[in-house]
Design a protein around this ligand. Structure first.
Ligand SMILES: *Cc1c(COP(=O)(O)O)cnc(C)c1O
Length: 227
């Protein structure tokens, strides 16, 4: 199938659900992103600030750029003017920098808190107690240019469906706990970003509102070529 057909296949599958597709375009050239765009896709995920910054001016201005990879504070400035959602917030320090850069551009930047749900030690993210500490803090209370819209997580790379289901259910549990404790009257706090090419069906069944799908749309990534 072509990229356009893949996009339309996902759009059909998600039609009428509460879940949207983030097409993960990292490592792929802008020509392929344009193909997905022509198929109707608007939300794209990148995991490197520099790569997103380079691609953004080469594509239509209504593309919604989602940062899904670990973001260093010194790179926030590259994406602050245009990024739609930073899904990978894992510290107060990063939120403070996002707030500072957002202020410079007179905007409020939407963010998700990234949680650690996998068993792999290399995965980034907060645990529930760390997230509570951030949200309770006075340092957070003064950040008027960031808005927390939900949670994000990357599951273990495994084919064990029960295991995956437990991890997705755990992330949904974190979402519900934070909603109850901090965001009761905040309708914008509604996103649970979970599920990738290999496990999005399970993630949707567990309440995902954003699946981040790369290889099932664009094919395999070749890390040896720089886009
Ligand atoms: C690369 C990436 C994805 C997409 O992975 P696929 O297996 O290609 O669908 C999703 N989420 C994050 C955080 C990623 O880095």
């Amino acid at each position: 199938m072509t990229i356009q057909e893949n996009i339309q296949d996902f759009q059909r599958r998600l039609h009428g659900t509460n879940c949207q597709l983030i097409a993960v375009s990292k490592t792929h050239p802008v020509e392929l992103i344009q193909e997905a765009y022509d198929g109707g896709q608007r939300a794209f995920g990148e995991n490197k600030a520099q790569e997103m910054k380079d691609k953004q001016p080469q594509l239509p201005s209504d593309v919604e750029w989602h940062m899904i990879g670990h973001l260093q504070t010194n790179k926030v400035k590259y994406i602050a003017p245009f990024v739609r959602l930073i899904q990978s917030v894992d510290s107060l320090r990063l939120l403070q920098e996002i707030n500072k850069q957002a202020q410079k551009h007179h905007r409020v930047i939407d963010c998700l808190l990234q949680f650690y749900i996998a068993e792999e030690e290399t995965k980034f993210g907060l645990d529930l107690e760390e997230a509570r500490q951030i949200l309770r803090s006075e340092d957070f209370a003064v950040l008027n240019n960031v808005r927390i819209c939900g949670v994000m997580g990357v599951a273990t790379n495994t084919e064990d469906e029960q295991h995956l289901q437990r991890e997705f259910a755990r992330l949904r549990g974190y979402f519900e706990a934070l909603q109850q404790e901090f965001f009761k009257d905040a309708p914008h706090f509604k996103e649970i970003s979970m599920g990738m090419s290999s496990d999005y069906r399970l993630a949707i069944a567990e309440g995902s509102t954003m699946i981040r799908v790369g290889s099932a749309i664009f094919g395999h990534r070749d890390y040896s070529v720089t886009p």
